[in-house]
Design a protein. Structure first.
Length: 442
């Protein structure tokens, strides 16, 4: 028997957009945010002016009990801002601040209604929450052949999704719109629901689509929705903002797709991890965008409660300390200028990679895949096996790279100083020549 709170939330979602309810997984339909200890503690926090003995924390003299050695490591924050539990939704001020930042970075969203972000324990946890809420075993997950390997664990291994791939690039080095359309429309005709995962800047290639390519993606998904298929567009925006080419889309494709059709639900996953160079803080966000009949607030509130229930049922809540650090950083005077300076450094590295790779002497060894953003670029090797080369570079030259399949080698220029980039690619080239001389060719 379904929980009455879940049923209430389902009713609100159906009233706002029945297709969104249809898209929920069985777990998603059953999810709710409990009203037990948490809601009673919240009430007590407001009304229990004499004694509050509701929550599983220790206090001392009106403050959170703490060890001086722990608080000595935290400068400028109180025990209440660092050691206490955060809400499963995330701390309210950070959620509002991040939503304002999303709209500021994506101006075309200013006229569209989106949800208040739910805080996740960075992007990986956010993807897991999305998988729990929206993916049933056997559902189709459509994504390109150049992808982050962890998608397999999150969606296929844990949730039983069927991962269906299309080539990311066509023969001209552009986003393969023809293959994307064929994959989307073919799967849409066979199924009543598809999940399309869009990751720009792409890991591993560092490619972001152009505005024209984004418009074509939008039309394809709109046409699929109009044909009667429910579409969930999950935008993995982990590397958002790291754009090095004015020709690529400067906003998240979430902005392009939100509000296009009632059967198209957009889920944006982003975070401070890469955007604020704060990897270990593990602060991510889950935001929804969809066409709603009437007032969007009740539907978004219901989705937020279900999402917070998924967080509650997995990790309870994300780190309060990490959230406070991100919030304080975003409010600091030098926040924007400091981010701009880091972007400048990253752009210089990307431009240096392109300059080095323009040397024709490399042409027989590899062809670089297109890249214009993010942390990475990939080489398509022409004469040797990628894993064989990776091991050889590590053993002989002390150079670490990532092999992907038989031909692709990923280079994280994000962790290379500009002045080291030439030497890195020269070393890779020498490694290829070594293998060729030893007869280890493909």
């Amino acid at each position: 028997m379904a929980n009455p709170i879940a049923e209430e939330l389902n009713g609100i979602i159906r009233e706002g957009n029945t297709h969104v309810y249809e898209m929920l997984s069985d777990v998603g339909k059953a999810l709710f945010f409990p009203k037990g200890i948490l809601s009673q503690s919240a009430e007590a926090k407001v009304k229990a002016h004499r004694f509050n003995a509701t929550i599983g924390m220790a206090t001392e003299k009106g403050s959170a009990m703490h060890l001086p050695a722990v608080m000595a490591m935290v400068n400028g924050l109180t025990p209440e801002q660092t050691l206490t539990y955060a809400p499963s939704f995330g701390i309210p001020a950070l959620r509002k601040t991040w939503k304002a930042a999303i709209i500021q970075k994506n101006p075309s969203l200013s006229a569209k209604a989106i949800s208040l972000p739910i805080v996740s324990q960075a992007l990986t946890h956010g993807l897991s929450v999305v998988a729990d809420m929206w993916v049933d075993p056997g559902d189709a997950l459509l994504l390109p052949d150049k992808l982050w390997g962890n998608y397999n664990l999150i969606f296929q291994v844990r949730r039983g999704a069927e991962m269906i791939q299309y080539p990311l690039f066509d023969s001209e080095g552009k986003f393969h719109l023809k293959a994307f359309k064929a994959c989307v429309m073919s799967e849409g005709e066979k199924r009543g629901k598809v999940i399309v995962l869009l990751n720009f800047p792409n890991n591993p290639t560092g490619y972001t689509v152009t505005p024209d390519e984004a418009a074509e993606i939008k039309e394809t998904l709109k046409n699929l929705a109009e044909s009667g298929t429910n579409v969930i567009a999950v935008t993995d925006d982990a590397y958002f903002g790291l754009f090095y080419d004015e020709q690529c889309l400067q906003e998240s494709i979430f902005s392009t797709l939100t509000g296009v059709h009632p059967r198209l639900l957009c889920v944006k996953l982003d975070g401070a991890t890469k955007e604020d160079f704060a990897w270990g803080l593990r602060v991510g966000f889950i935001t929804y965008g969809v066409t709603v009949h009437g007032d969007p607030v009740p539907l978004y509130d219901a989705l937020e409660r279900k999402t917070a229930g998924a967080v509650r049922g997995s990790i309870s809540n994300a780190s309060h300390l990490s959230q406070e650090i991100v919030l304080k950083a975003m409010g600091s005077q030098d926040y924007s200028a400091a981010k701009a300076e880091k972007l400048r450094i990253m752009k210089e590295r990307a431009e240096e990679v392109k300059r080095v790779l323009s040397d024709s002497r490399y042409d027989g060894a590899w062809a670089p895949y297109p890249f214009n953003s993010g942390y990475f670029m990939c080489l398509r090797l022409k004469t040797v096996d990628a894993e064989t080369l990776r091991v050889h570079l590590l053993d002989k030259y002390g150079v670490g790279l990532i092999s992907l399949g038989k031909t692709d080698l990923r280079v994280a220029f994000s962790c290379l100083e500009k002045e080291d980039i030439q030497e890195l690619f020269d070393t890779v080239y020498h490694g290829i020549k070594d293998l060729e001389e030893m007869g280890h060719t493909t």
